[in-house]
Design a protein around this ligand. Structure first.
Ligand code: NAD
Length: 470
């Protein structure tokens, strides 16, 4: 039947860039009867990022938090097209995108598909892998990329914690370091180096990873490698005077005291200046530099704009004056552009780069697009209005409403900052941990993922984590 065709010449083409929290939520809520919808992303799945730290140590299996984008497309009323490709350029005058077909995704992520310097050094893609795609409307939800602050050695030696290949790499490196430390012929100093696990960055990502690593150490490694596990040290390095600057003071203290009970050292007011193959160079508040030998280092110091965002900004130099991302108005329209919206971490809308913000923006945008498209169909386009201005007529400006923040800190404890009855409630502890678990189960995209994650938790409870290195 006609409505099953992916392309209907009577409808406008809406391209969604990305398969993260923003674009995937738009796809989920968009009425695909209104447009020819095309999704473009280098990743053919949605990743439930809040549980990514759990994958680094095998508390949860990787595929349990991945949702194939085609699974979501299957449930739409009209067929949606998906291209696994990276968008490398937008030509707003011709309404055309440049896409590069992906070949070996892992290698590209590792080579820094997301890291400015490494990406610039990457070879040009072969001509047959570069394709053009026209659009009428464009939604940019491409997220950000890891920020190394140009610290030397980060890209070569550290592991990031942003995408699934990062979590896989951390798990492999952890097991490698421990197996190497099991040899008798190495010096005690070398053994201590291999067993020193360092986390750079005391934001929620670094804290959650350190918590998971601690659990892995006391619940599993101590069973399999009792002598070595006693010597494993975990250190978190943070440039500011305390960790979790965005959280309530009580929760910061609670996290710091839990870490100290768990023997995780926190080095505050300490900045990593260089990452070498076996040691970090750190600088303390007094300005003195010293070396910190490590076995595995995880770099979690936040995000910055991706090269695509820079290229889009260059098209609108008068309006796009902020290097951190795409400036959008209260209707999420990219300032200076027509027919381009941006949301999530790549958009500068005055809100923090949070999954919650991206998904609320996406729900707002899909509702607005649905309403505007319905109004356009009703007027038969007689009034000459375009979708951009129709949204202004049919939707109220976007406003974020915070549902609070949650973070897991290890040993079955979590912290929560929740707005309740207009008052901020902060809580930490085991009850909060169960709240954290149920909130995440509830938030997972599909029944399939919820079932997989719940069964991973049960499996871990019954059999422990798997320590084989894949
Ligand atoms: P972040 O920006 O929150 O924290 C990074 C930390 O690294 C900062 O405190 C910074 O001072 C420190 N840092 C930077 N360079 C350093 C250096 N050279 N040496 C030592 N320390 C250095 O980063 P994140 O944790 O990746 O989070 C990114 C965003 O995602 C934030 O908005 C965060 O709130 C959000 N997030 C939220 C959750 C949650 O709510 N559970 C989980 C993960 C991420």
């Amino acid at each position: 039947p006609a409505e099953q065709l992916p392309y209907d010449p009577s409808k406008k083409t809406l391209v969604l860039l990305g398969t993260g929290w923003g674009s995937t939520t738009v796809l989920k809520n968009l009425d695909t009867d209104n447009f020819n919808v095309v999704v473009v992303s280098p990743r053919n799945y949605f990743l439930f990022t809040p549980l990514l730290p759990s994958c680094t140590v095998g508390t949860i299996e990787n595929r349990s938090i991945m949702e194939p984008v085609r699974q979501l497309m299957r449930h739409k009323s009209r067929e949606v097209t998906f291209y696994e490709a990276e968008c490398t350029g937008v030509d707003p005058a011709r309404k055309e995108l440049t896409l590069v077909r992906r070949t070996d995704s892992d290698a590209q992520v590792a080579a820094g598909g997301r890291l400015g310097a490494a990406a610039a050094a990457a070879p040009e893609p072969p001509a047959e892998d570069v394709v053009k795609l026209g659009y009428d409307y464009l939604v940019v939800g491409v997220g950000g990329e890891v920020n190394s602050f140009n610290t030397p050695g980060v890209e070569e030696h550290a592991c990031f914690l942003k995408e699934m290949p990062d979590a896989r790499k951390i798990r492999r490196r952890l097991m490698d370091a421990i197996e190497r430390a099991s040899f008798d012929d190495i010096s005690e100093e070398e053994r201590d180096r291999l067993l020193h696990m360092v986390v750079v960055g005391g934001g929620p990502t670094g804290i959650e990873y350190a918590g998971e690593l601690h659990d892995f150490l006391v619940e599993d490694l101590s069973q399999w490698y009792p002598a070595l596990a006693r010597r494993v040290r975990i250190t978190l390095v943070e440039a500011l005077p305390n960790v979790l600057p965005a959280f309530d003071k009580k929760l910061i203290d609670y996290t710091q005291s839990t870490f100290s009970e768990n023997k995780i050292s926190i080095l505050t007011q300490t900045m990593v200046k260089e990452v070498r193959a076996r040691e970090l160079v750190v600088q303390g508040a007094d300005g003195a530099r010293r070396e910190l030998p490590y076995g595995v280092v995880v770099w979690a110091t936040g995000i910055k704009a991706s090269p695509l965002v820079d290229r889009i900004r260059e098209r609108f130099p008068l309006e796009q004056t902020n290097r951190r991302g795409l400036l959008v108005d209260e209707y999420l329209r990219v300032k200076g552009a027509r027919d381009i919206w941006a949301l999530g971490d790549c958009a500068l809308s005055g809100y923090a780069p949070l999954a919650q913000v991206a998904s609320q923006q996406a729900k707002w945008l899909s509702r607005a697009l649905n309403a505007a498209a319905a109004a356009a169909a009703a007027s038969d386009g007689d009034d000459g209005a375009d979708l951009f201005s129709r949204i202004e007529q049919h939707a109220r400006p976007f406003k974020y409403s915070s549902q609070g923040s949650l973070a897991y800190i290890g040993s079955d404890k979590a912290i929560a900052d929740l707005p309740l009855f207009n008052r901020n409630i902060s809580a930490g502890g085991i009850a909060t941990f169960w709240f954290w678990k149920s909130a995440y189960l509830n938030e997972l995209f599909s029944l399939r993922n919820t079932t997989l994650v719940a069964s991973d938790w049960i499996k871990r409870f019954l059999f422990g984590r798997d320590i084989s290195r894949e």
